[in-house]
Design a protein around this ligand. Structure first.
Ligand code: SF4
Length: 279
């Protein structure tokens, strides 16, 4: 009895320890993300002077995929004048770390030249209009102006320091070229007439010759030695498939047009196409 109780107590302690471990790990990972993976905005030097707002924006795009394309700068100045100014502009969207120099117009100048900014705050919103995601950054107005004035790096300079974006994957297309060996000596003459419909027109020197009857084959195969010249596939692609280094017979190849198979065999410069005629 006592042994069972002790075993149960140990099991309960172990389970409790496991729960505590899991809780601590998730807490730590959450804190880590909060501290180090939060979106960041840095101020850059705008080429539009006091009419522009240049900034870089970095975030964990794999964790939060979005295309950010809008920036809003909002002044809350309850004890000064004007008490509130808001300017926003859309820009060409970006799906990973980016920098933009956005022309904000005269509203930005008005915001920057507001009076009594001692207790004012400035809110910067970077948002994705399509994905409905907003990232907000709050600054004391004086700090905001200080950071703007201290900004030395332009957007172009910042972009030069970003890692190059991954290029699109390149798919290589196979180009087949070769210089064929001289054709083997053969007494064979290539037959021009193959289409039974016109065979009579061309055979025996043209016009009025005998038409060769079509036939079926029971088997067609390629012997070793193919030089991948493509001739057979050009003649009868339903049967022959020329690959990188040889020629194959397609699995469902029709075998009822023996004349065309014969033509391909006769066109093969190394005579590796073989077939058995039915009957
Ligand atoms: S014609 Fe002959 S050598 Fe040319 S690809 Fe076909 S099987 Fe190969």
């Amino acid at each position: 009895m006592n042994t069972t109780m002790i075993a149960m107590a140990i099991a309960a302690l172990l389970a409790l320890g496991l729960v505590i471990n899991v809780a601590v790990i998730s807490l730590l990972s959450g804190s880590f993300h909060f501290l180090f993976a939060r979106p960041r905005i840095e101020f850059l030097k705008s080429e539009f002077g006091d009419h522009g707002f240049a900034f870089s924006f970095t975030w964990n795009s794999s964790r939060e995929p979005a295309k950010f394309d809008k920036v809003k700068v909002r002044l809350f100045n309850p004890f000064g004048s004007p008490t509130q100014v808001e300017v926003s502009k859309e820009f060409s969207g970006a799906s990973s770390d980016f920098a933009r120099d956005v022309y904000m117009g005269s509203g930005m100048k008005k915001l920057l030249e507001a009076n009594g900014l001692g207790n004012a705050t400035i809110e910067v919103e970077v948002s994705s209009t399509k994905d409905n995601i907003v990232q907000m950054f709050d600054f004391k107005a004086t700090k905001f102006l200080e950071k703007l004035n201290e900004a030395r790096e332009t957007v172009k300079e910042f972009e030069g320091s970003l890692p190059a974006p991954e290029g699109k994957p390149l798919y290589q297309t196979v180009t087949r070229s070769f210089i064929a060996d001289p054709l083997p000596e053969s007494a064979k003459t290539i037959k021009l007439a193959s289409n039974p419909e016109f065979a009579g027109e061309f055979s025996s020197g043209g016009g009025g010759g005998e038409t060769q009857e079509n036939f079926a084959v029971s088997k067609v195969w390629i012997e070793p030695g193919c030089i991948v010249c493509n001739a057979c596939e050009a003649i009868y692609p339903e049967v022959f498939e020329v690959t990188e280094d040889t020629c194959l017979i397609r699995p469902e190849a029709p075998l009822d047009n023996g004349l065309l198979i014969q033509e391909a065999a006769e066109a093969c410069p190394v005579e590796v196409i073989k077939f058995n005629q039915v009957g």
